[in-house]
Design a protein around this ligand. Structure first.
Ligand code: ATP
Ligand code: MG
Length: 379
């Protein structure tokens, strides 16, 4: 067999990336016309890969782009240092002088060190804990690097995480008031905690209310997923029949990450079994291998859950639902409606359960398969 062509985990590009033409076009046009955008989708749908592609096209057009992952910052101080460094790194892609940037540092007392490779790195000296003025100054840095004709593009991935950075400063309000005054920057906000993001952008009481074009990213069209799997198996030199391809789309619930993970495992099954023709039985085996591989992670995930949380999770693994009416509750031996709601709050906050078009379901299809496994084997 040729090398395994499936890739899951990193941001994908080139021929490892498929479909998304329509949403990519929508995003590209919105950013091109100066519109700020919120793009949200549950985990593993391919948000970061899509935006990386759009950013790549914008860079080719000469736009300076800054990608910033809020998940990676653990305090406001950390954010300020990293964001200011990112702006400095971006400066080299623009024609602006260091002086233009310096003007925006006002009271920040930046210290710039030149590394062995000639790369500048930056540390800021500011009062601790940082105050509003410091945050405003740092958020203003990209503004000094762009122009209304050539706006800088800032991508904030997992944007909902700003809520975690400070318990004293009203961060959402400060971010919003700085951003709305800017004319030289375009923002793309990304995130997977869909319930938090929707509240942030669609609740009239919140600062970001109606401040961006909201785009919900859906799963790829099923036929595109099928075509992608065909192309990749052909590249691998593995013959997979149509029924088996459909089973891969079903087993992964057509979520790109799991589709690639299951495709990968099918190739591995073909490799070790030495079979040329792959059917539904081999896909079942590959799915079981994916589930087995992750069972340690699943055990750790359910360990801290209460009895009610586990019961709700198990019910959703068997039957996702938009409502927990009496029939559903009876069928799955569930507690009262109020207890279910408080269990769901935790399950959604930890990302184990997601809500798609109001339907609650277990976010990871391999986890759902693991939860559905019988508690015993008898022979
Ligand atoms: N358009 C695509 N074509 C093929 N595979 C894709 C595509 N988008 C995503 N994937 C698969 O999903 C994986 C995760 O993609 P990505 O990191 O872009 O998703 P995400 O929605 O940002 O995930 P997270 O919620 O974890 O941040 C990739 O490594 C790849 O295997
Ligand atoms: Mg991502």
């Amino acid at each position: 067999m040729n090398k395994n062509p499936f890739l899951f985990g990193p941001i994908v590009s080139g021929d490892a990336f498929y479909d998304r033409v329509e949403i990519e076009h929508q995003l590209f046009r919105a950013v091109g016309s100066g519109q700020n955008v919120l793009l949200y989708a549950p985990r593993r749908y391919g948000k970061s890969s899509l935006v990386a592609r759009v950013v790549e096209s914008l860079r080719r057009e000469g736009r300076a782009c800054l990608y910033f992952d809020m998940m990676k910052v653990n305090s406001l101080e950390h954010f300020l240092q990293s964001y200011a460094s990112a702006a400095l790194a971006l400066k080299s892609r623009t024609s602006r002088s260091l002086g233009a940037l310096g003007k925006f540092f006002r009271g920040l007392r930046p210290k710039i060190t030149i590394g062995d490779q000639g790369e500048p790195s930056l540390s800021l000296d500011f009062s601790s804990p940082p105050d509003t003025r410091t945050l405003e100054d740092v958020l203003s840095l990209p503004e000094s690097l762009g122009s209304p004709e050539k706006r800088v593009v800032v991508v904030f991935d997992e944007f909902q995480e700003i809520g975690r950075l400070s318990s004293t400063l009203p961060l959402e309000r400060i971010f919003r008031s700085v951003i709305q005054q800017q004319r030289n920057v375009n923002y793309i906000y990304l995130g997977s905690k869909t319930h938090l993001l929707k509240r942030m952008f669609c609740d009239a009481a919140r600062p970001f209310y109606q401040s961006a074009l909201v785009i919900e990213m859906e799963k790829p069209p099923r036929d595109e997923s099928v075509a992608f799997l065909r192309r990749r198996f052909e590249l691998a030199g593995v013959n997979v029949d149509s029924g088996a391809i459909e089973s891969i789309v079903d087993g992964s619930e057509n979520i790109p990450y799991y589709l690639q993970a299951l495709g990968y495992e099918v190739c591995e099954v073909a490799e070790y079994s030495g079979k040329d023709d792959i059917g539904a039985a081999e896909v079942t085996e590959a799915l079981a291998r994916c589930v087995r591989r992750m069972s340690g992670v699943f055990e750790t995930a359910i360990e801290p859950l209460s009895a009610n949380q586990r019961i709700v999770l198990a019910a959703l693994a068997i039957e996702p639902t938009p409502r927990f009416d009496e029939a559903y509750r009876r069928q799955h031996g569930l507690p009262t409606y109020t207890s279910i709601m408080s269990a769901l709050k935790v399950l959604e906050a930890t990302g184990l359960v997601m809500s798609v078009r109001k339907e609650r379901r277990v976010a990871n299809p391999f986890f759902a398969a693991w939860l559905r496994e019988p508690a015993f084997t008898a022979s």
